[in-house]
Design a protein around this ligand. Structure first.
Ligand code: SF4
Ligand code: FES
Length: 255
């Protein structure tokens, strides 16, 4: 870390129950190689302990520190101040969009978690640590699919960035549809109905905003395109009742 010092202003969204939303400014001296989350923690510790925000792991694993920084979805624990500001700059900090706000920078992510369970996305982690540690060429066929699924940290950045989630509360959203794609439809008529209806894969407008902000390279937009393929194949299979295996997840999604 450099010894540089910058003066920046954090322009922070505030909203408490029963109060009108507004922004508060907090000035401070920072090292530009510190993370945005460090600055937010310092606001809480030294300037305003009523500031509400979430954080846990501080290394992009738990997925709870997602916010919009200067209008762009970021994990604040891995976003350096240098990457979003300059000396003398103002850093705008806001909660994720498309989730109900609980307090200040904290949103209610319940809809994401319950929908992930609805499509059984969380149940697919068949790769053992021992297998992951082997060279890639020794992985079981198709293993990279599942490893990437475990990469989804359910941070919600993709849903905040998604223009369709902004206009339709019932849209399942990128993370959920990506989870369904990786899981495969498994000839499950209930799952087919959930992801194949008007609030599922067909509602996506291919804006690719989700893929642009995903910190874990899940590439939800591309997975939604493949999920559509799975849905079409499964529907044809159901019409013609072909017995062959036609509805496996895509062979590969490269980064
Ligand atoms: S797909 Fe990416 S952006 Fe969306 S919840 Fe998972 S890790 Fe976060
Ligand atoms: S604090 Fe866990 S991902 Fe940022």
């Amino acid at each position: 870390m450099s010894t540089e010092k910058w003066n920046v202003t954090f322009h922070v969204y505030r909203k408490k129950e029963g109060e009108a939303p507004h922004y508060d400014d907090f000035e401070m001296e920072v090292n530009p190689d510190e993370y945005v989350l460090d600055g937010i923690e310092r606001i809480w510790a030294f300037q305003d302990e009523s500031l509400c925000f979430r954080h846990a792991c501080h290394h992009s694993t738990c997925g709870v520190c997602g916010m919009r920084i200067n209008g762009v979805e970021k994990l604040t624990c891995i976003t350096t101040i240098r990457s979003v500001a300059h000396n003398g700059a103002t850093i705008k900090v806001e909660p994720l969009r498309n989730f109900p706000i609980i307090s200040d920078l904290v949103v209610d992510m319940g809809s994401l978690y319950s929908r992930m369970e609805q499509v059984h996305a969380r149940s697919v982690l068949p790769i053992s640590q021992a297998e992951i540690e082997k060279p890639e060429k020794e992985w079981p066929k198709g293993a990279e699919q599942y490893i990437r699924l475990s990469d989804c940290i359910e941070c919600g950045l993709c849903i905040s960035a998604c223009p369709i989630s902004a206009t339709s509360v019932d849209y399942l959203g990128p993370a959920v549809l990506a989870g369904a794609q990786q899981n495969g439809l498994k000839r499950d008529p209930v799952l087919l109905r959930i992801v194949g209806n008007e609030d599922g894969a067909w509602r996506c407008h291919s804006a690719f905003e989700c893929t642009a902000v995903c910190p874990s390279f899940v590439d939800p937009a591309r997975r939604i395109m493949d999920l559509r393929r799975q849905i079409v194949v499964e529907r044809y299979r159901r019409i013609f009742q072909r017995p062959e295996k036609v509805n496996q997840p895509a062979k590969e999604v490269t980064q």
